[in-house]
Design a protein around this ligand. Sequence first.
Ligand code: IFM
Length: 466
Amino acid sequence: MPNPFPREFKWGVATASYQIEGSSASDGRGTSIWDTFSHTSGKTVNGDTGDVACDHYRRYAADVALMRELAIQSYRFSISWPRIFPNGDEKLEPRGFDFYDRLVDELLEAGISPMATLYHWDLPQALQDRGGWANRETAYAFASYAEKVAARLGDRVEQWVTLNEPWCVAWLGYMSGVHAPGIKNLDQALAAAHHTALAHGLATRAIRSASSTANVGLALNMTNYRVDDPGNADLSTLADLMDAHVNRWWLDAFTIGAYPRALTDFYGPKLQAHIEPGDEDILRVGTDFLGINYYSDSFLGVPAADAKPMQDGGLFPFPQAASSPIPEPKTAMGWPITASGIRDLLLRVSRDWPSVEAIAITENGAAFDDVPSEDGRILDHQRANYLTSHIAAVGEAVELGAPVVSYHAWSFLDNFEWAEGYSKRFGLVYVDYESQNRTPKLSAEVYRSLILAHASDSEAVQQPVG
Ligand code: IFM
């Protein structure tokens, strides 16, 4: 197959601060909602916390050297808000800034482009004590923090992601409560959803005012809803509502300054209560790129006759959505492997939101139960296949005109998988959490070969291995 990727396409890996940094009490870092949540009994598998994680805060230089060995061209990392503003307010901790300065310099020295995410879920606890994302003020605090970071790093960082997966922030954090801050309240979830969208609009402008070279986007977790009976009207309505919640909410907000009709009709005054005059102008903001985090398609079955929307708790507002059959094969997360879905999604975004002129795949990857073999190698054929098949599907979308500019595998390292703790491994690089030794897995070797093949402009998309 000829190489469908443009020459300037960037191949990268992604991580997030709380998931890898550790050193949670070092150099004046403040407490985040994930420190509080993970230290609360019963919230994470095995009571795991990010206190040490991959010790990346101290090992960043060796980690960047390893990225370079793996031929990585772009590194998407996140900045820990409480390292820089321990209380979320104006009191700045210079040592926090110094860390990201050093990291960015190390990346540039290694020839790797930095892509900085400003919010990957570690909200300063002090802001949560004032309501967190359910409080409108948090959106303004975020913009102020974003501006200061862009002013400091903007001479070297050009790629900025404001928030990661605001759907998870609002719905997992404030509705199902399976993520920090662990709240189960529909009104707060709706407020958080609106305030994260506002935060993106405010922060995008703030970053641009601080750095004239900034390219700013938002990373959304997106999926295709597949229904097992397309002729069923209830099921179609359900799929549309799910799609509106997950795929369209933030995309419509920044492209047209409004939320999907399906949502405003469904929530009515409950959602409207959080929207103030003039918000439309804040929400609507041109994007330099859209970040897409794609893991799998979602499958919906026929709703039970007596199923009702959830008003409090539950993964989605609709209990029946979770109960549909999930096809094999699956990853260790129980997520189906649906490589062609990433192609379909990219084509859909290009078609439905033509104002999005560039798409970065900001995350794509899979957890499997990796076990080192006797010689210490980690032969993760399933992950290697997952990556190559998804990259091939991205290539198909590019050939059909999707404006994809970069791909970031999730994740560079095995790391703290939120409520799943360290029980799930997503890394291209295996982390022995006792010794903190890093061992590139087979998937890292395969990815490296693919990047090098692309760089030499030969066949970039390889056949699945194994
Ligand atoms: O680990 C997470 C990441 O933080 C956000 N996107 C999904 C990944 C896998 O669950």
